[in-house]
Design a protein around this ligand. Structure first.
Ligand SMILES: *Cc1c(COP(=O)(O)O)cnc(C)c1O
Length: 463
């Protein structure tokens, strides 16, 4: 079998990468100077690079490898499906077994009333589907003016024109003529940075009520939906105050708008439940799914649609929308096997009983470190907010992200992939992580914070 080009020395792989490969969210010329890190293999929670160095993947790839690397069952299923039926579409009154079985399984594991899935190949595409579906839904109900979708600053909903427009990432909007029309934004429930003198609870209510104010401002007859991640992931693992989601739910119930929960990260065990909406007791109309759906072993995503919305859309003639590879048979078969493993091995139940409380206790203990102003964790998603002064929750005098980058450098150097968003450090490891691996993760995180503190003291960023 073709071993691809793993055999090339690192320097040659780096040179070829620099010459020919454009990376996402990357200053490519700078990276070319520095040399990219090439990952060649992985097993469990450990990655191996082209120099044979092992590193603990505290991010489960990009929040997606929920069951961990190296599960041969998924490879076997993909191999068998490729031989049986490598591809067919579901457009013109046809279907195939993997898509049928996966849609049925999703109906089983999702909250009551979710019995329908429209497939895509990832989260961004699924959110593009959502934009069109909610507008089509209202048009079918005789309310074509209900088009605006309200979302949140610093939310992340993908990188297509639609997904990035739904997202509230200013850096993304600054490039390529975004956002598209009829998307409107409210503030995010980031108490630590934006809560000022308010209590967490007061601030959660305040930010939720911005949704109601926005609906009044725009007019209920113009608003189609509100979209949000149960816990903001890419924005920095921002855990909303306890008061936030119940108030959002009240507002959605009292006004005639749809609620879209973007479960792309929160789904499939990440929060210690099947879905983030289960964790918060939210009742959305549509859930965006991807990432942990296949644990990243194959690209697949989708929109899970509640009965009420599905019934309207399904009776409104052709929905003129779809992707060539939506619900791809190999990806669907892999996703189905992934869900079987999560379910049959009781991965979520076991995590809730053992590894989640174990990790959370240790993660929160990192809050005693002099650099850390706040620790957050829901299920396996955690953040640490770094500050030069815990009492005032102040920021560093350098540009946001300066200290985060230093900490990330130390963490990578010490053998742990921990990401930074500004000066927050975040983790989202495979939900298969063991106690021993958690110990290792926490030890490296602590050591890296120590080294970061020493560095920034030297640079005069910490008094
Ligand atoms: C990653 C992500 C997306 C985009 O998914 P892709 O598969 O990268 O297109 C959408 N929403 C959320 C919450 C995400 O984290």
């Amino acid at each position: 079998m073709n071993k691809i080009i793993n055999h090339l020395p690192t320097a040659e792989l780096q040179a070829l990468d620099a010459a020919h490969h454009m990376h996402p969210f990357t200053a490519n010329a700078e990276l070319a100077q520095k040399g990219v890190r090439v990952i060649t293999a992985a097993n469990g929670v450990m990655l191996t690079d082209s120099d044979g160095i092992q590193i603990l993947d505290g991010m489960a790839g990009l929040w997606c490898v929920n069951i961990g690397y190296g599960r041969k069952e998924l490879a076997d299923v993909a191999y068998a499906q490729m031989q049986q039926l490598p591809y067919y579409n579901t457009f013109f009154q046809t279907s195939h077994v993997p898509a049928i079985a996966l849609a049925a399984k999703l109906a089983e594991v999702s909250p009551e009333g979710f019995n329908h899935t429209f497939f895509a190949t990832g989260g961004s595409e699924a959110n593009d589907t959502n934009i069109r579906m909610v507008r089509h839904y209202w048009a079918a109900k005789g309310k074509p003016t209900k088009k605006i979708i309200i979302s949140r600053e610093n939310g992340y909903h993908g990188s297509t024109m639609g997904g990035a427009s739904l997202g509230g990432m200013k850096g993304m909007h600054a490039q390529g003529g975004l956002p598209i029309a009829d998307i409107s934004y409210i503030g995010q429930p980031d108490w630590y940075n934006e809560g000022g003198d308010m209590s967490r609870e007061e601030f959660g209510l305040k930010r939720a009520r911005e949704l109601e104010a926005k609906i009044y401002e725009l007019g209920e007859d113009k608003v189609a939906a509100f979209i949000a991640e149960p816990v903001q992931g890419a924005g920095g693992v921002i855990v909303p105050p306890e008061t936030y989601w119940p108030e959002i739910q009240r507002i959605c119930d009292e006004h005639e708008i749809l609620l879209i929960a973007d479960e792309v990260i929160c789904g499939f065990g990440r929060t210690g439940h099947w879905f983030g909406t289960d964790y918060y007791g939210i009742r959305p109309h549509i859930m965006t799914i991807a990432k942990g759906l296949s644990s990243g072993y194959a690209p697949i995503g989708g929109s899970m649609v509640c009965d009420e919305v599905a019934n309207v859309v399904n009776h409104a003639g052709d929905f003129a929308h779809g992707y060539t590879y939506g619900g791809h048979p190999v990806a669907a078969a892999v996703a189905l096997e992934n869900l079987r493993i999560i379910q049959e091995e009781k991965m979520i139940e076991n995590a809730v009983a053992d590894t989640i409380p174990y990790l959370q206790e240790k993660w929160h203990a990192l809050g005693d470190h002099p650099l850390i102003g706040e620790t957050n964790m829901v299920g396996f998603m955690g953040s640490l907010v770094m500050t030069p002064d815990k009492a005032s929750r102040s920021r560093f005098s350098a540009d946001a992200g300066t200290v985060g980058l230093v900490a990330r450098g130390h963490s990578f150097g010490n053998g742990l992939i921990m990401r930074h968003v500004g000066d927050r450090m975040i983790i989202s490891p495979p939900i298969s992580i063991t106690r021993l691996e958690i110990d290792k993760l926490i030890d490296i995180a602590f050591k890296s914070l120590d080294e970061t503190l020493a560095d920034i003291k030297e640079q005069g960023l910490y008094k």
